[in-house]
Design a binder for this molecule. Sequence first.
Ligand code: ATP
Ligand code: MG
Length: 381
Amino acid sequence: MREVLQVRYGEIFLKGQNRPMFLRMLVERVRGAVQPLGGEVWLSDGRVYISGASDTDEALRRVRKVFGVHSVCRSWEVDKSDFLGLCQKAAELMRGYTGSFKVNARRSDKRFAMDSPTINREVGGYVLEHVPGLTVDVHHPGRVLSVEIRDRAYLYTEPLAAVGGMPVGCNGRATLLLSGGIDSPVAGWMIAKRGVTVSAVHFHSFPYTSERAKEKVLDLARILSESLCGLRVHVVPFTDIQMQIHEKCHADYTTVIMRRYMMRIANAVAEEERALGLVTGESLGQVASQTIEAMRLTDAVAQLPVYRPLIGFDKQEIIDIAQRIGTFETSSLPYEDCCTVFTPRHPATHPRLDIVLQGESRLDGESLITKALQDREIFTL
Ligand code: ATP
Ligand code: MG
């Protein structure tokens, strides 16, 4: 008899022929998450199991954050040929609880002598007789005691919900434009939740933005890297580009032109990273650069599709997720972002392409981009 964590997955079931690949990826991700705690991870009978971790609570905490995991429960693996032993363990699990319960048996090993209704009756009867303060309620039980008869038998009471989604690595690659704000870390987390491997680009305008601002972004990347299974961040110096835009372009257009340069550079980084999409934390109408018109003009310079997981979210909804995933506090530290340092008083909310192109024609675009890419720093977290 031993305690194991039983991990269930959700949507992978929908994947038909690709299912073995998704499962392999999930096992690998679960293994990666609990590896520092030791123990064994294996796939059996449509579930992933973990046993022998040095700290079961910590293993549970980590596994609940692995994308692709739908729920986890602490289970007892018992010898199914020892039915009395199984009943005794069931009683032990229910001891200390008072109120209504029911036994929910599932028998996937059809060679097992008892069918599910019989297991329910036998285990339920034993528990009722040996644990004081219990009643049976099959319709609205206060607690469900599950018995699964598989290769081995498993007993558990409370499955804990996990993050859901799909395992990172099963849905291609994308490059996130990561600022130090609240939104883009959430956007990166959300795209990774759908199984995408994420890399990131951050634009830094030293000395207008401080070393601390850069550190803050790397801290955010560190927080994200646990769920994202590692994160490479390209920190690109952006001061020269911003200065030229500031000097040579119409003040109201500096924001949209700056964002087009961000897109061009992010696109180049994405291609190096073999990514097939760009991701931003934009949400429609949140600020001047996030109108339909402005986003059309920024997308026009990207070769790759731009994904905006937060496009329909209100700020509060984004904050709620940021708090849940642990980025909110760091995002709220007060260091300036390069976007805010150079914000014009009246950014154009309905920018015109001809004015944008006119402004851009005054810049040494190609050489600025090449220089920025050359001078970037790369951090692997
Ligand atoms: P965030 O909270 O993510 O900073 P925001 O509401 O401040 O977003 P903007 O500053 O307009 O909005 O930025 C919109 C998006 O552009 C960000 O979500 C991010 O994807 C990208 N972005 C902004 N600044 C940077 C930067 N310095 N480096 C990389 N990407 C950036
Ligand atoms: Mg920002």
